[in-house]
Design a protein around this ligand. Structure first.
Ligand code: GLN
Length: 535
């Protein structure tokens, strides 16, 4: 099977939502019965975003195979309900690393190594890798950045060459742009779009389809004008208005016939109408909740909600499943103190303590957890949130006042959270944590089992520290039990407090696996517990 390629570029401004447009188009093609995947090319020099501060780049998403990737891959999985992998995210850093390693090995002996052809060839190879798996009829490749950026040039050149090498009907270019609205004259302006299309053309790429972000409806006349000056077919100018939820975008693109126009260019059949019943039923539930709960998300990156993207989306999926609106309040952990915790958390029906690294804001997290434990407020701790729950319990229930994680206090006499044995000799920071999917055995008599309804599960990880099993008996004697364990390494993956209505901490990241069609069971159950608490 030869795969067909859809290349998505962006122009005029950044943050127009190429990832959502790509995911929405993929959803429609999948709903018509095509096998499709999405790939993101990121023009930065980091090998992956794993070493980036969330303030710089939002959440770092982790795939089944343990790749630390751009958060757009999370959207792809949430929309398509199929896993992505290392091959779905390529960065300039990774491309150069590979080419330079080859140069050192002597693979180019005698030759000057250059951006064209060596870097562009490596980009092309990475783009074609997904096609070579034979698993996909259609591959959507999203090129990060904005046309005109210096960093994006090798990518545009690479896809230009691919287009030249491929048959006309094997590839299509979609360009996402913005039509700014001038309120003084009450008009949408098309000139920036014309310029951006022209700039793309200077690199040898003619856009086939223009998706135009706009705050106001685009008239037929304006569409005609854009089509004429940008040299695309008249119906290939697509309007993308602002919507209340990203999950409406596939429906909007369906109305605009984006999928049909793409399939026409690719000479693929449009016979099968898209099957979107489950999707629309999710949307109906999401928009017509019967209940509402308020949940506090306690974290230190709350100024940038994108840092918790997958958690926010998981609440949307699980909320809809419960037909319950989740009013999520992002609460800065650095601002929580013993004095104000009551006032900050008393209106919450549930508390989630977020993942994170380093010691900023952790005492506030511990205070929030103490509040949830003592007041029977449903609690859900993820990764660092689970580790802090263990520390809180050690300090305030068992009585080890100095209990800590060796991440924050390497000298603590009670390192109830400690570095994993296989991490101790690691000096390189990039890509060396415990990453990706591992199996976990769930004990039958537990809240986790009630959620999963099975004993064997698999979840994704991203951490260096772990529950110190040396102290397990002390914890269990006092009422905090380990209810999920890795069968090979014996690492504790889930902890619970038996006497509490809902107190669950997980070492893994359930949020990465929540999708529209498969809301994560732990989020579903947590919301259920908060609904009960509210009653
Ligand atoms: N900092 C902790 C660790 O490395 C938790 C990581 C996380 O929350 N993802 O173990």
């Amino acid at each position: 099977m030869t795969s067909k390629y859809i290349f998505v570029t962006g122009g005029v401004a950044s943050s127009l939502g190429k990832g959502i447009i790509a995911a929405s188009l993929a959803k429609l093609l999948q709903a018509r019965g095509y096998t499709v995947t999405i790939q993101k090319l990121d023009p930065y020099i980091n090998v992956d975003p794993g070493t980036l501060n969330p303030y710089e780049h939002g959440e770092c998403y982790v795939t089944e195979d343990g790749a630390e990737t751009d958060l757009d891959l999370g959207h792809y999985e949430r929309f398509l309900n199929t896993p992505t992998s290392q091959s779905n995210n390529v960065t300039t850093g990774r491309i150069y690393q590979h080419v330079i390693e080859k140069e050192r090995k002597g693979d180019f002996l005698g030759k000057t190594v250059q951006v064209v052809p060596h870097i562009t060839d490596e980009i092309k190879r990475r783009i074609k890798l997904l096609g070579e798996t034979g698993q996909y009829e259609i591959i959507i490749t999203e090129i990060g950045g904005t046309v005109g950026d210096i960093e994006s040039l090798p990518y545009i050149e690479a896809v230009r060459q691919l287009n030249w090498e491929m048959k006309e009907e094997d590839c299509v270019f979609i360009h996402l742009t913005l039509l700014p609205y001038l309120s003084s004259t009450k008009e949408l302006k098309t000139k920036p779009t014309q310029h951006s299309v022209k700039m793309l053309l200077e690199s040898g790429v003619q856009a086939d389809i223009l998706v135009c972000r706009s705050e106001h409806a685009i008239t037929k006349e304006q569409k005609r004008k854009i089509a004429l000056f940008c040299n695309v077919q008249q119906d290939a100018v697509i309007e993308a208005l602002d919507v209340s939820t990203i999950y409406d975008v596939p429906m909007m693109m369906l109305k605009e016939k984006l999928d049909k126009i793409v399939l026409r260019k690719l000479k693929l059949s449009t016979k099968n109408e898209p099957e979107l019943e489950e999707w629309t039923s999710f949307l109906t539930k999401y928009k017509n909740p019967k209940n509402e709960v308020r949940i506090g998300l306690v974290g230190k990156y709350v100024e940038l909600p994108d840092a918790y993207k997958s958690i926010l989306e998981a609440f949307i999926h699980a909320g809809a499943k419960n037909e319950c609106k989740v009013d999520l309040k992002l609460i800065h952990s650095e601002l929580i103190t013993d004095e104000n915790v009551d006032q900050k958390l008393s209106e919450m029906d549930g508390i989630l303590v977020a993942p994170g690294f380093g010691d900023r804001g952790i005492e506030g997290k511990i205070t929030a957890i103490k509040y949830a434990r003592e007041n029977n407020v449903p609690f859900f701790g993820i990764c660092l949130g689970m580790q802090m729950a263990v520390i809180e319990f050690a300090r305030n229930v068992i009585g080890w006042k100095d209990a800590h994680s060796s991440e924050m206090d390497p000298k603590s006499k009670h390192a109830v959270i400690d570095m994993m044995a296989d991490q101790k000799d690691i000096t390189m920071k990039g890509g060396t944590m415990r990453l990706g999917s591992y199996t976990c055995e769930v004990k039958k008599d537990s809240k986790a089992y009630k959620a999963y309804e099975k004993t064997k599960i698999s979840e994704r990880h991203r951490h260096r520290y772990e529950f110190n099993s040396k102290y397990q008996a002390d914890f269990e004697k006092n009422g905090l039990v380990v209810t999920g364990i890795n069968p090979e390494t014996k690492l504790a993956e889930i902890i619970e407090i038996k006497s509490h209505p809902y107190f669950v901490g997980v070492q893994f990241h359930p949020e990465y696996k929540s999708t529209v069609l498969n809301p994560h069971p732990l989020f579903v159950k947590f919301i259920k517990a908060t609904m009960e608490k509210k009653k």
